[in-house]
Design a protein around this ligand. Structure first.
Ligand code: HDD
Length: 758
């Protein structure tokens, strides 16, 4: 053994140990060059993303970056160490008694490494486990101090750092992004007066009226306990059993079955604070308030068939989309608007503003835009930031206060409580991503994983030994709004909470014809997966209280007659609302730009190289992300098999199917088209683009592929299909102009038939 060790030390390679006695700093390695010429132009591409991974963080990019700087670790040009900072000579071999002998218990390096690994995972969030986040800032348009003393609104153009996390609700941390589900929309504002968390969803109402029912809702929604299925889906008996017995869910169910629940991107969905909150100014005057986030990119949704296919092709679709948009410099933005109303106004509404299953129609209280959020920096480390961030509805700052909404009241407890087991103790606020930028001084002490080193002998208040510090802030500190309360201690609900269908009906009547079609199909799909006939019927009996056509269409799809409407409990006054256009996704088309939109260009050998270059140039100028797809990787050859000026396939048709792209261009070239027509994957690609109502541009011979895919030349309505563009080679620029307009606009939903013809 002694001989071996001596030998080993002098000739390390003898036992296949990489490295030698001197510290070895490896090269960074060569990062693959972007495949095609267009990928060099600063667009979203795998190349740019990988280029970034080794890069150092940019300190001070926004203020919270500064906060995180002190804990950032970059290991470039550093030796490997243990957690105690002892340099490790050999990271390949455990310490053995003889090369073929047992491992020594004294191998503290092995044991530390394995022990740490064994404990790498923490419990995932009980709901909203799957999420993605980013840093950015909130910028207030105008000083709002007349309305609230909350720090983010305390000056024209004032910026407050934020971290936002978007999530699905039902699935586990490793589930797919594009499932049908509500999306979480949580924003932590690191204000100069402490952290404020606005923990909302992309739907402005909720399933239940009282926190007492939340564990029941979640138990019903999550995988069924006996066999752990289904993951990340509400299409199963226990969920529909529960909601069918909770008529107050009906309004939310319509939203959940709408296209809101399959957003195209986190960047393209609204966010809502859901509850009624209070704003309080420095004079102590208060108004009620609802918070709305509106994406500047507009609201866009996937088709259901598309969402399902993306789930297989790229389960990280939304995570990747957010990451790539930020890396490529297209920072997503949302405008924050407030609905502000007085307590007296609220009393006049025919619903209760404390009921989270109701929204305040914009016709009643219009929206006032007050600022915008820009997300411009990806996290350095997913676990340290996106996973460890802890949002709590209890985190409010002076100027913001709660209402008595019984769901909100329960949430105030739940979020802080859950972090104690999820993040392992009461000091989770010291994790860098959770630490406020505002200074923290109090007499709370000790507990698991304490980071702060409190000095001095005093940890109580009042004290004289510490000069009375930290002292109470008095009126400069948080003061609860002194709302008068009276009444008996009861377990009961206010009267207006009993009406469950008027706003569901308003929502239904506010949807476009296509949106209504999608809601019907979503109910049909979900309830088809339900195995218990009585549950299906009970859900339709709720819908019978909303709209006859809706209930009739869903019942027909499920093969039974519409049952009697679900009975009301006691006499109920049902208000009648006019349609509210703001409740349709069509109300927020965005600015019509095609920035960040992913465009597939189908090619193969024989492609018209000049046309391909022109197409990519034009799309890149617009900030889109063109991707050259071909049957195999490698060079794409031009006409006559000549090399095509450096053009390479970015990805294969097999590896990146149609659902991953917003639009399709079939590049011209006779030989290219002939060969694509023989490729079933290419034909399927074209069919899916059509079925998902996305724009398709074909140039010249590319039209043969449309015929091969059997696409109709006109819409089922008999009208021309503006998004199916077919031009000759000399009309390329006109074709591209029409294509860009189509990609920036809404999808051609008139293509839809039930069942689809293509
Ligand atoms: Fe909740 C997480 C949103 C009702 C209890 N919730 C969570 C997240 C969002 C929401 C966005 C994820 C935050 C993140 O990204 O870390 N929740 C809502 C909305 C609700 C709502 C908009 C209704 C208006 N939630 C609600 C109730 C309770 C909870 C009534 C309990 C009484 N929610 C939780 C939780 C979670 C959570 C168990 C899981 C992980 C976490 O908090 O940090 O405490």
């Amino acid at each position: 053994l002694a001989a071996a060790v001596t030998h080993n030390a002098s000739k390390p390679d003898e036992f296949l140990r990489p490295g030698d006695d001197t510290p070895h700093i490896p090269d960074a390695g060569t990062i693959a060059a972007p495949a095609s010429p267009q990928a060099t132009a600063g667009t979203v591409s795998e190349a740019i993303v990988s280029d970034k991974t080794g890069g150092a963080a940019t300190p001070g990019y926004n203020a919270v970056g500064g906060n995180l700087d002190r804990v950032r670790v970059d290991s470039g040009r550093q030796a490997l160490t243990t957690n105690q900072g002892v340099a490790v000579a050999d990271n390949q071999n455990s310490l053995k008694a003889g090369v073929r002998g047992p491992t020594a218990l004294e191998d503290f390096i092995l044991r530390e490494k394995i022990t740490h690994f064994d404990h790498e995972r923490i419990p995932e969030r009980v709901v909203h486990a799957r999420g993605s986040g980013a840093h950015g800032y909130f910028e207030c348009y105008k000083d709002l101090s007349a309305l609230t003393r909350a720090a983010p609104f305390a000056g024209d153009g004032k910026r407050t750092p934020v971290f936002a996390r978007f999530s699905t609700v039902a699935g586990g941390a490793g589930s797919a992004d594009t499932v049908r589900d509500v999306r979480g929309f949580a924003v932590k504002f690191y204000t100069d007066e402490g952290n404020w968390d606005l923990v909302g969803n992309n739907i402005p109402v909720f399933f239940i009226q009282d926190a007492m029912k939340f564990p029941d809702l979640v138990h019903a929604l999550k995988p069924e306990p006996h066999f752990g299925m289904p993951q990340a889906s509400s299409a199963h008996d226990t969920f529909w059993d529960f909601v069918s017995l909770m008529p107050e869910s009906t309004h939310m169910l319509l939203w959940q079955m709408s296209d809101r629940a399959i957003p195209r991107s986190y960047r393209m969905m609204q966010g809502f604070g859901v509850h009624t909150f209070r704003l309080v100014n420095a004079a102590g005057e208060s108004a009620f308030c609802k918070f709305h986030w509106t994406p500047l990119a507009g609201t866009h949704a996937l088709a259901w068939d598309e969402a399902v296919k993306i789930g297989g092709a790229d389960p990280d679709f939304h995570r990747r989309d957010l990451w790539e948009a930020i890396e490529s410099g297209h920072a997503p933005e949302w405008e924050l608007s407030l609905q502000v109303f007085s307590e007296e106004q609220a009393e006049g509404f025919d619903f209760d503003v404390l009921d989270p299953t109701k929204l305040v129609p914009e016709e009643l209280v219009p929206l006032t835009p007050v600022g915008k959020m820009v997300l411009n920096r990806n996290p350095d480390n997913f676990f340290a930031e996106t996973e460890q961030i802890a949002f709590c509805t209890a985190h409010i700052v002076p100027g913001i206060d709660f209402s008595n909404d019984p769901l909100l009241q329960g949430r105030i407890h739940s979020y802080l409580d859950t972090q104690i087991s999820r993040l392992g103790g009461v000091n989770f606020h010291e994790l860098p991503i959770n630490a406020p930028l505002a200074p923290v001084h109090n007499n709370q002490r000790d507990g698991m994983h304490r980071q702060a080193v409190h000095r001095g002998r005093v940890s109580y208040e009042p004290n004289s030994l510490g000069g009375g510090c930290p002292f109470q802030a008095g009126s400069a500190g948080f003061t609860s709004f002194p709302q008068p309360v009276e009444g008996d201690k009861v377990r009961a609900k206010p009267e207006k909470f009993a009406e469950h269908y008027a706003q569901a009906r308003m929502f239904w009547n506010s949807q476009s014809t296509a949106e209504q079609r999608h809601i019907i199909k979503a109910f049909r799909f979900e309830l088809t997966r339900v195995q218990t006939p009585a549950i299906r019927e009970r859900v339709v009996s709720l819908l019978a209280n909303v709209d006859e056509f809706l209930a009739g269409s869903v019942a027909e799809g499920l093969g039974f007659a519409v049952p009697d409407p679900a009975p009301e409990i006691g006499p109920v006054v049902r208000p009648v609302y006019a349609p509210s256009p703001a409740l349709s996704l069509t109300a927020y088309p965005g600015d019509g730009s095609i920035r960040t939109r992913r465009i597939a260009i189908l090619t193969t050998d024989g492609v018209d190289v000049a046309a391909l270059s022109r197409i990519c140039d034009v799309l890149l100028q617009q900030g889109a992300v063109p991707r050259v797809l071909a049957p195999t990787l490698g060079a794409v050859k031009g006409a006559g098999g000549k090399p095509a000026g450096g053009w390479q396939a970015d990805i294969t048709i097999e590896a990146a199917p149609s659902a991953l792209y917003d639009a399709l261009i079939i590049a011209p070239g006779e030989a290219s088209t002939t060969s694509l027509c023989e490729n079933g994957l290419a034909v399927e690609f074209v069919k899916d683009q059509y079925r998902h109502c996305k724009p398709i541009l074909v140039i010249d011979t590319g039209a043969d592929l449309l015929d091969r895919a059997g696409l109709p030349a006109v819409l089922p309505t008999g009208d021309a299909d503006f998004s199916l563009i077919n031009v000759s080679a000399d009309q390329l620029d006109e074709g591209l102009a029409q294509f860009i307009q189509a990609v920036g606009g809404p999808r051609e939903l008139d293509r839809e038939t039930d069942p689809p013809v293509v």
